[in-house]
Design a protein around this ligand. Structure first.
Ligand SMILES: [Zn+2]
Length: 289
């Protein structure tokens, strides 16, 4: 059975399942069959943690339409770099395959049954279209940043699963977003740049949804079947964490229309609570503080 907790990004955002507990009750939410998985070209990279546990990246052969983005992701090593930072941060007792593949619009996601993460070449293509429409040429850095944020978000689901944190669907999605912010902000200015790109992507997706021109369920803000927060709120949350973690480096964030002055004034405290909550939950798994 194939179930997934999707990222809420990309072309498959409207087809997402409910979260872990609901999925255990309801079963699958569609997705690829076993046959779809036979024609694969799994090539583990050297990024797996010692002893075979931890996040390990591999690449399936892309569909013809996805060759460009598959080559881009491989060359950029965006996934390997995220897997490395995760493996340095937490000690897992099992292997978590991170499989880059053509998903045919399902959307990147985490499967709690097989405990594997899928990152979609077609998501990269969708993100590139979004950023290019907004005037980013080339959009390589933005695409790589959003793919990194997506993998961090899915890793958040993995850890929520491992730690058996009992969260409702929406609470789990919010927690996975906060985990992504935590890991990105640990990377310093480069992570801050990536988080800014993720904020912009949510803003663009929200605008796309508002305009009704997103090509179907492209992660728009209406979210009738979506357990994630609306895109504009996800953007605001990430921006608040970015600002709250280093107000001096990111003063422009306080002037964003995404944040009310009252919320901006409280972002340092909000971020401190978010960070402490995750670090407390993660304590049994932490390699680094
Ligand atoms: Zn999620």
């Amino acid at each position: 059975m194939w179930t997934r907790v999707a990222s809420g990004r990309g072309v498959g955002a409207g087809r997402m399942c409910a979260g872990l507990l609901a999925m255990a009750l309801l079963g699958g939410c569609g997705g690829a069959s076993d046959n779809d998985r036979k024609d694969r070209e799994a090539r583990p990279t050297p990024t797996g943690a010692p002893g075979g546990a931890g996040f390990e990246v591999s690449y399936e052969r892309p569909a013809d339409a996805d060759r460009g983005e598959a080559g881009f992701l491989r060359e950029r090593k965006a996934l390997e770099s995220v897997a490395d930072s995760l493996n340095r941060f937490v000690r897992l007792t099992h292997r978590v395959p991170v499989v880059a593949r053509s998903c045919g619009g399902e959307g990147s996601g985490y499967d709690p049954n097989s405990r594997r993460v899928e990152i979609c070449y077609d998501q990269a293509a969708e993100e590139r279209r979004l950023f290019e429409r907004a005037g980013h040429h080339p959009a390589d850095a933005e695409v790589a940043a959003v793919i990194a944020e997506t993998l961090y978000h899915e890793a958040g689901h993995v850890l929520i699963d491992d730690l058996t944190l009992q969260l409702t669907d929406r609470a789990e999605e919010d927690a996975a977003d906060r985990f992504a912010a935590l890991l990105m902000l640990r990377q310093g200015p480069e992570g801050e740049r990536q988080l800014r790109a993720a904020v912009e992507e949510y803003e663009l997706s929200a605008a796309d949804g508002d305009a009704g021109s997103g090509g179907g369920d492209a992660g728009g803000s209406s979210g009738a079947k979506d357990e994630h927060a609306p895109d504009r709120l996800r953007a605001a949350n990430h921006l608040c964490y970015l600002y709250g973690s280093a107000p001096q480096r990111n003063p422009e964030a306080a002037n964003s229309p995404l944040l009310t002055p009252t919320r901006a004034a409280g972002c340092a405290t909000e971020w401190a609570h978010v960070r402490t909550a995750w670090m407390t939950d993660l304590a049994p798994l932490l390699r680094e503080r």
